[in-house]
Write a protein that binds this ligand. Structure first.
Ligand code: 6PG
Length: 256
């Protein structure tokens, strides 16, 4: 049986975490471009990754990635127009895309302005088209090389919120759901896609995440209520990058 390689790194603060994440991004991009000629990365929304994207856009990092071979996707999107301040697409565009030489056709956004079910279906079509996988799950060499994820204090990741059927989806790559906790529709990739990734990197900072991280990483396996636990690519790795505040309750944290 395939087992997921899991690493947990607790960094001294969020600046150190961003450096480690940026180095990992560059290394995985370089490796994928060398192996396949492209780098397919699914980005996360929320607040935490903003400083990573901003760092990747600096001269120091941007010059180390061949952006002409990078394809950018989103793990989830809020159902708002692309110019809305809540749009995950807008956040990534402003912090990263506008500052690097990424071809427009390599930016694969989820259409948050459309009917949610239609946006989910069209995003799944787009992913299948890029990955050339008309049926079944993504396959080796035609899957995400990197998926960046965050985690909410309630254990959600991407827009896989506790109690949603998307958490246990077995076939669809992308679904839409109304999320009562945030009073809005979301479109999210499902575990079918996330769990075929070559590498997943979670970025989690702040003391408000500490208790949930302990449950997710060290508590019993109950993904329906702790959706972050569902992320386990059988032929890939998961790396949890935490700052000291987020990792404070863990008993088995790795490098400091
Ligand atoms: C979103 C995200 C979501 C996020 C977590 C953590 O659209 O909001 O994709 O899953 O990663 O909620 O968010 P923070 O980094 O803001 O804590």
């Amino acid at each position: 049986m395939e087992t997921t390689e899991v690493h947990i790194k607790v960094l001294r603060n969020s600046d150190a975490l961003v450096e480690v994440a940026a180095e990992r991004f560059v290394a995985l991009a370089t490796e994928a471009i060398r192996a396949y000629g492209h780098f397919h990365v699914a980005l996360s929304g929320g607040t935490t990754p903003k400083s990573l994207y901003a760092m990747l856009a600096t001269d120091r990092y941007a010059a180390r990635v061949d952006w002409s071979r990078v394809h950018v996707f989103w793990g989830d999107e809020r159902c708002v127009p692309p110019a809305d301040p809540m749009s995950n697409y807008r956040m990534v565009r402003e912090t990263l895309i506008d500052h690097v030489t990424l071809p427009d056709e390599h930016v694969h956004r989820i259409r948050g302005e459309d009917d949610p079910a239609a946006a989910a279906a069209s995003y799944e079509r787009e992913l299948r088209n890029v990955f050339r996988t008309p049926v079944g799950p993504p396959m080796h060499g035609a899957r995400f090389d990197l998926v960046l994820l965050g985690m909410g204090a309630n254990g959600h990741t991407a827009s896989l919120f506790p109690g949603l059927t998307a958490v246990s989806e077995q076939e669809r790559w992308v679904t839409a759901a109304y999320v009562a906790e945030v009073s809005m529709w979301r479109v999210t990739c499902t575990p079918v896609v996330f769990n075929t990734a070559a590498a997943v990197v979670f970025l989690v900072v702040g003391p408000d995440k500490a208790a949930m991280l302990r449950q997710v990483l060290e508590g019993p396996h109950q993904p329906a209520v702790l959706p972050a636990q569902v992320i386990a690519p059988g032929d890939g790795s998961v790396c949890w990058l935490l700052d000291a505040d987020a990792g404070t309750n863990l008993t088995q944290a790795g490098e400091k």
